[in-house]
Design a protein around this ligand. Structure first.
Ligand code: RIB
Ligand code: CA
Length: 341
């Protein structure tokens, strides 16, 4: 076996990290959180952190087509909630297709079901029949505090929510999004999957003015779970540990074949972990634009110098993730999974 390829994202940032703008939950003041996702192995692990950590109050889970079709991501999210003993968490299905593009899914990564590799429990969750946009609106309206959104898939539901309820944008405290890349993409050389699937939605969300943290491949490729970490899950001695270890063994297949890595990148879990651990991820303030053309569709153009003289000046309204403490991340994720039955 040749040596694992280096992380394909040589990252150079001209600045020291900027102060983070995403809020951090505390046990005394848990962050009200809605996760929008497309489970998805890494989505499942992100939900585990959200349920396990007392610094977060998971208000609800919405699902979007992405890694798999909507019926599958919806069912997968419900199975994950059942596994985590969060069967009373409101859950809703959202968009079955992107805003304008045909759906592009990732069975080559997550399997046809979207969550291959483990015996999952029967679906749970308190189904909100009126759908994802309505559930987000009701939860945001009812929350005494502004709510944090953690979208972990294509941003279709978030764009549709903001179109339908512009008056509620002021009650969104922050968006911690897994997606994009400063460097190389993972669907094309230009684009990461979540933004490739629905670049128009991403462009709408980035231009909404809501503070956003872009947790891109540059750091999520360093959020690694390999054999040692999988063994720690097996050794946790609980059902959740065994199931997540089985899911990782399946998830590894893609990473081995594509990158010759002996570990999985747990992309989505970083966007949620960022909300509980202020020392996990470093960010730099930047302007982010999304390419909507065909050649570089879904490219997230990260500009550290938004006041460039040669282009229109823009606000550096995004926190772009540029560093991560990989060992700290693995401990946080394994620690969360170990709390379940
Ligand atoms: O590119 C990685 C992202 O695409 C993750 O959110 C993964 O779950 C897929 O949705
Ligand atoms: Ca995802």
């Amino acid at each position: 076996m040749s040596a694992p390829r280096p992380n394909p994202l040589p990252l150079s940032t001209p600045y020291p990290p900027s102060p983070r703008r995403a809020p951090v939950g505390t046990v005394a003041k848990p962050l009200p959180l809605i996760i929008d996702c497309d489970p998805g192995h890494d989505d499942a692990m992100a939900i585990a952190i959200a349920v396990a950590r007392p610094e977060l109050k998971l208000l609800g889970v919405t699902t979007v087509a992405g890694n798999a079709t909507l019926p599958r991501t919806f069912e997968n999210a419900r199975r994950v909630l059942a596994l985590l003993g969060a069967g009373d968490t409101p859950v809703a299905a959202g968009a079955a297709v992107p805003l304008v593009r045909p759906l592009f899914t990732a069975a080559y990564v997550h399997g046809e079901s979207g969550l291959e590799g483990a015996e999952m429990p029967e679906p749970g969750g308190r189904v909100h029949e009126a759908g994802a946009v309505d559930l987000i609106a009701r939860l945001v309206e009812a929350s005494p505090e502004p709510v944090v959104l953690a979208p972990l898939g294509p941003l279709t539901n978030i764009a549709l929510f903001l179109r339908a309820h512009p008056e509620l944008a002021k009650k969104i405290a922050h968006i911690s999004w897994m997606g994009g890349a400063i460097g190389e993409g993972n669907v094309t050389a230009s684009a990461e999957f979540n933004v490739y699937v629905d670049p128009e939605a991403a462009a709408e969300v980035f231009s909404s003015g809501i503070p956003i943290t872009m947790v891109g491949l540059d750091v999520t490729h360093l959020a690694r779970m390999g054999a040692a970490e999988t063994a720690r899950l097996d050794a946790a001695g609980n059902r959740a540990g065994k199931i997540f270890a089985d899911l990782l063994r399946y998830f590894l297949i893609f990473h081995r074949e594509r990158y010759e890595w002996e570990f999985c990148a747990i992309h989505d879990a970083v966007a949620v972990a960022h909300l509980v651990d202020p020392d996990l991820v470093g960010v730099v303030h930047a302007a982010v634009d999304v390419e909507l053309g065909d050649l570089a569709r879904g490219r997230t153009i990260v500009d550290w110098f938004p006041q460039r003289l040669v282009e229109r000046s823009r606000s550096a309204s995004a926190d772009v993730a540029v560093s991560i403490d990989s060992a700290r991340f693995a401990d946080l994720l394994i620690g969360a999974i170990a709390t379940f039955d």
